[in-house]
Design a protein around this ligand. Structure first.
Ligand SMILES: [Zn+2]
Length: 212
C-alpha cells in the first residue's frame, strides 16, 4: 500500500490518500478547503490513474470533512464514519464558526457507519477499524496490518494526543484507548496522525509525554 499526505485547510490537517497497485484508492479525512487544495488532490489522483473507491473519516470535526461535499460531487462517494460522531455533522457549521471559519456549507451526511472491528476493503488492501473515543465520541483509527500503517486522526500525534475539551471528549478514555488498543501494536508500525509529522508506535510509547 502506498501513502500520500496533503496538508489542507487553515488547521493544517492531514488528508491521506492510500492506494495499491490495483490503482484503487481510499481517501481518509478529506480536509480540502480551497480550490487549490481540491485541484492538488485531483491532479495527484489523475496523474497516477487512481480511482478513489472509499471515503473514510477518522472523526467528523470540521477540519476533517471540509472536502466531503467535493468528494461526493466529483467521485460520488459518501463518507464512512462512526455513528457516535453524527452530531458533529449536524453542528458542523456552528462548530466551524466557533473555530473561526464562518459560512461553510452544511457537510453531507455519513453514507455508511463503521464500528470497531469492521474491515474496509479497496483494491487488494484491507483496513481494520479500531474505535478510540475521547477526542470525539466516534474516533476511529484505520490499520493496514500488512504494511503496518496506522491512520490515527486526532487520537494520537507525534509527541501528543488529541484534545479532549470538545463536545463529547473524554481525556481518560482517550489515553486508555491508546494504551490498550494502539500501544499493543508492534513498535515499527508507522503512525499517520491527523495533524503534524508521521511517527511510530514504538517512538510514541517511549517519548510521548502523555504516557510517562
Ligand atoms: Zn479533531
Amino acid at each position: 500500500m502506498e501513502v500520500q499526505i496533503f496538508v489542507n485547510n487553515p488547521w493544517e490537517e492531514n488528508t491521506v490518500v492510500l492506494y495499491d497497485d490495483t490503482r484503487e484508492a481510499a481517501v481518509v479525512d478529506c480536509g480540502c478547503f480551497t480550490e487549490k487544495e481540491r485541484e492538488m488532490l485531483v491532479s495527484f489522483l489523475e496523474k497516477r490513474g487512481l480511482v478513489p473507491k472509499v471515503l473514510l473519516n477518522t472523526h467528523l470535526h470540521p477540519d476533517h470533512i471540509f472536502g466531503n461535499e467535493f468528494m461526493k460531487d466529483t467521485y460520488h462517494l459518501e463518507t464512512q464514519a462512526s455513528r457516535e460522531d453524527d452530531f458533529l455533522i449536524e453542528h458542523a457549521v456552528s462548530f466551524a464558526a466557533m473555530l473561526g471559519i464562518s459560512g461553510i456549507a452544511q457537510p453531507p451526511a455519513v453514507g455508511t457507519y463503521l464500528q470497531d472491528g469492521d474491515v474496509v476493503v479497496f483494491g487488494n488492501t484491507s483496513l481494520e477499524v479500531i474505535a478510540i473515543p475521547g477526542h470525539s465520541p466516534g474516533g476511529l483509527c484505520f490499520y493496514n496490518r500488512k504494511d503496518k500503517i496506522l491512520v490515527t486522526g486526532d487520537v494520537l500525534f507525534a509527541g501528543s494526543v488529541g484534545r479532549s475539551d470538545f463536545p463529547g471528549g473524554d481525556g481518560e478514555k482517550l489515553l486508555s484507548g491508546i494504551r490498550e488498543r494502539l500501544f499493543v501494536l508492534e513498535d515499527d508500525v508507522k503512525v499517520i496522525p491527523g495533524h503534524g509529522p508521521m511517527t511510530t508506535i514504538g517512538g510514541e510509547k517511549r517519548h510521548n509525554p502523555f504516557f510517562r
